[in-house]
Design a binder for this molecule. Sequence first.
Ligand code: BJW
Length: 252
Amino acid sequence: MTMLEHHIDEVVTLLAGARRVAVLTGAGISAESGVPTFRGQDGLWKHYRAESLATPEAFERDPALVWEWYEWRRGLIASVEPNAGHRVLAGWEDAFEEFAVITQNVDGLHDKAGSRTVVELHGNIWKLRCTREGTVEEIRETPLPHLPPICPSCGALRRPHVVWFGEALDPAVLGRAAEISRAGQVMVVLGTSGLVHPAASLPYAAARAGAKIVEVNVEPTPLTPQADHFLPGKAGEILPALDRRLREARAA
Ligand code: BJW
């Protein structure tokens, strides 16, 4: 038995005995669908400066430029499908008494895969928010007919309904994520570099509350030394393997 198989066995035992499971996902889970991650070799931040595109200051300075970047990403995301990793998580809704996905992703692919309990920490790229009234509307049309888009009710600029650097996360959303993290007996952390806070703090809060931490990533992260199990590999391959073994364990 390889080390990976041994860890998978132990994780399956953990999951088979758990009633409450929480999952935290990052850009890595959508990588196999063709959505670029932020950091790393082919990450967005290799080609674009975060400060010029993902901060409120950047939007104030040049809303058209920021919107161009988001439109490019909306077009790209519109053309992709959830992968095997997203689909396993959607199926896990019915495999545990309590199950939730907390995601940092804005691509909506968990929803599209059929997950029902999804907490979107950093918003959703398909939603637009009025910078004056704060009203939010989902608009899937891409490209948008007019850039930058304006609010039909008051004429102010609309922005992507996402959380940029230096902006606070919605306290209700963050509160729910913290609650789910603390309630879980197991937290599975998938495809995140664990560098962006407060999302990166959630596994530590879960561990303090007694949860076992399982990390799945193609490379180690700052969380790895604290994780109870690190499963090296692609989410789209490890999750189906875990799911298959979990079904076998339950059927036995
Ligand atoms: C695979 C794989 C495969 C690849 N399978 N794995 C504490 C310490 C230090 C700094 C801070 C702190 N607290 C707050 C801060 C500041 C800042 C921050 O964290 N900075 C650090 C980067 C230094 N945080 C903030 O500003 C946050 N706001 C805040 O704290 O507000 C406080 C406040 C309170 C009151 C008033 C005002 C303010 C907000 C953070 C918002 C982040 N926004 C973004 C953009 C969202 C919109 C958009 O998409 O355009 O969110 S940035 C970007 O990073 C995006 C992501 O959700 C986020 C996390 O990235 P993620 O998902 O981890 O992706 P990657 O690319 O980093 O990693 C991918 C991983 O997948 C890698 O590990 C790969 O190995 C792996 N992988 N393929 C499995 N197939």
